[in-house]
Design a protein around this ligand. Structure first.
Ligand code: C2E
Ligand code: CA
Ligand code: CA
Length: 596
């Protein structure tokens, strides 16, 4: 060997040494083993990583060491036919109970077949990687948990979080305020029932899109620091919310609300039909909000309910006095639930008399059923105090059912008891929500069958504002009419419909509102209106009833104007069934037949 050759040889040995040193100290576990797993060589990193798995403290065989965490490995290697190649790569081995506290939790293993006799395995600590992945997953889950699946809008949680951050901004940091709008679709349940849930879902998606489109972009971001931006969210089934940041005055927010309502009033094009879905809205201005996001949202929903009570399709600005009203309504609702289950409701009957020829009065013409509530603490609660609550809470179905059944049953009992002397007609009031129920005609038919009544003995009363309202109500009225029952237009003169549209409604009877009747004898104007109503009704073959007659003078006037029937305290207040029978018996006596 020459000097040079010796030097070269020494260099090679150095390089080899360096390589061995490198492999020896590498921060990655390296193992060389036979095809049966017998370990030939391993660096310190691999023994430290694998040792927790070595049950008897021996690292002689790779497969044995990994038996618990990768039982498939021995088989995998044995069946690897190729002379060389990747047997497995990046296999995750959770150490589970074997992990030492503070040590690796998960290993990553790759096995390479070097040639016909040798395997090379690399082992690394994958704990940090796993934690990063878990974090990513958690973040994704969190963002999913904050997104509404149907509309892809932020959901209630996301909205509340954003609101809370805005409420927590130090006062005076921005000179402007912000507003929360809470929107709820009017009559969404009916739309869903009538067109099916798939159409309902599409409608909600479109409503969400329209809300976003009506806002100035961005509609999905609030810049907390800059105090600007807007966020539209879906907070519940048919509920949406919008946060408007950076508003100088409340009036500015109200303008945006009006713009939103405008945009939402247009019909939605859905497969097969256009559907109009109006929304009611409550607005809370930041100055009127407390410190809690949940409370601000609740206040906005209280204002929204007020918007619905006022007829819907409008925006109402929250005022603190509304909280008390809402609480009272909530009390009534809770109590009413009990009342229905606890027999606290009952029905009274007010006679409706016929104006017979020659000034006589037909006392058995009919009665109107009026519901009453005997509240254990409040005493007798009048219907105006609870009918609307019943409508809003969905209790009206049960309440209406109860009144219908009870009054028809009582009516049938009077027929059995009095025969021809019994009232010939029973009038039952229907509320808005009842007319929305698709099964109402079927229910009415079933009740008539149950008690053995003729359909023409039942009159259902709807208020004129209701009857004029929409297509669906009209259809329901026609279905009821088809059963053969009578329909009356209640409180005529107080709503929107006029004499000229009377012919459009499938009603038999017009009930002239008390507000006209009570001035019949004192105001010429009201007298003329009553006269005109009677004439138009007669020309359409409809009957008229004057409501709320309290004096002889009023009775005389409506009679002169050819009203067919009358009802009011002059004849009788509403009476419990037993008292009604007494009243009928007393008025049937010949001496009183010519009264009034
Ligand atoms: P309505 O259908 O117009 O009923 C007539 C109302 O006028 C009744 O009030 C009756 O007691 C009252 N009234 C009758 N004659 C006179 C009178 O000479 N003077 C005065 N000042 N009032 C008179 P009530 O029982 O308080 O019912 C109020 C409203 O509540 C009813 O108005 C009706 O819209 C609704 N309602 C009552 N019962 C029911 C029910 O079972 N279901 C539904 N949906 N609504 C009902
Ligand atoms: Ca009525
Ligand atoms: Ca009425």
């Amino acid at each position: 060997m020459t000097h040079d050759e010796i030097a070269q040889h020494a260099d090679k040995i150095d390089a080899y040494e360096a390589l061995v040193q490198f492999l020896y100290r590498a921060p990655i576990g390296l193992v060389q083993a036979g095809l049966d797993g017998t370990v030939d060589m391993l660096n310190p990193m691999s023994s430290s990583l694998l040792m927790p798995l070595a049950r008897d403290g021996s690292l002689d065989n790779l497969f044995t060491v990994l038996q618990d965490v990768a039982p498939q490995l021995r088989e995998l290697a044995a069946s690897f036919a190729e002379p060389s190649g990747v047997v497995c790569e990046g296999l995750r081995l959770p150490l589970g109970d074997a992990a030492t506290p503070g040590g690796p939790q998960v290993l990553s293993l790759s096995v390479l077949k070097l040639d016909g006799t040798r395997l090379m395995a690399t082992v690394t600590d994958a704990t940090a990687e796993m934690l990063r992945e878990q974090e990513r997953l958690a973040r994704r889950l969190k963002s999913q948990a904050r997104t509404d699946a149907l509309t892809r809008m932020p959901n209630r949680e996301a909205l509340l979080e954003q609101l809370q951050q805005m409420l927590a901004r130090p006062a005076g940091e921005t000179s402007s305020g912000f507003a929360l709008l809470f929107l709820n679709c009017d009559r969404f349940r009916q739309i869903n029932d009538a067109h099916g849930q798939a159409v309902g879902d599409r409608l909600l998606v479109q409503v969400g899109e329209r809300i976003r489109a009506a806002l100035r972009p961005p509609s999905d971001r609030i810049d907390l620091a800059a105090g600007s931006g807007q966020l539209a969210a879906r907070t519940g089934a048919d509920e949406f919310a919008v946060v408007l940041d950076g508003m100088r005055r409340r009036e500015d927010a109200e303008r945006v609300a009006a713009r939103l309502l405008d945009a939402l009033a247009k019909p939605h094009q859905l497969p097969g039909q256009d559907i109009t879905c109006r929304l009611s809205m409550g607005l809370v201005w930041s100055d009127d909000a407390g410190g809690l996001a949940g409370e601000m949202l609740r206040d906005a929903s209280i204002a929204m309910v007020e918007a619905k009570r006022a007829g819907g399709a409008r925006c109402v600005v929250f005022e603190t006095a509304m909280r008390e009203r809402a609480a009272r309504r909530a009390d009534i609702e809770a109590d009413l639930r009990l009342a229905l289950a606890d027999d606290q409701l009952f029905v009274v009957y007010q006679p409706v008399v016929g104006f017979a020829p020659a000034g006589t009065v037909d006392h058995a013409a009919g009665v109107e059923a009026l519901v009453r509530w005997r509240h254990p603490v409040r005493g007798i609660v009048p219907p105006i105090d609870f009918i609307q609550v019943a409508e809003e809470s969905g209790l009206i179905g049960a309440l209406g059912d109860f009144v219908l059944r009870r009054s028809c049953r009582d009516f049938a009992a009077w027929q059995r008891e009095l025969g021809p002397g019994a009232p010939r007609l029973i009038a039952v009031n229907l509320s808005r929500a009842q007319l929305g129920q698709a099964d109402l005609p079927a229910t009415v038919a079933a009740v008539l069958r149950e008690v053995g009544m003729q359909p023409q003995q039942l009159q259902l009363e709807v208020t004129e504002s209701l009857a004029a309202q929409d297509q669906q109500v009209q259809e329901r009225l026609h279905e009821l009419k088809a059963l053969g029952i009578r329909l009356a237009l209640d409180d005529f003169g107080t709503g929107y419909s006029s004499l000229s549209s009377l012919h459009l409604l499938p009603v038999d009877t017009v009930k002239i509102d008390r507000s006209f009747v009570c001035q019949a004898d004192t105001s010429n104007h009201h007298r003329v209106l009553i006269e005109a109503t009677v004439k138009v009704a007669q020309s359409l073959g409809m009957n008229t009833v004057a409501e709320g007659i309290e004096t002889e003078a009023q009775a005389r006037v409506v009679r002169e104007l050819h009203c067919a029937k009358g009802q009011g305290y002059l004849f009788s207040r509403p009476l419990p069934s037993g008292d009604l029978l007494d009243w009928l018996a007393a008025t049937a006596a010949p001496s009183s037949a010519a009264a009034a």
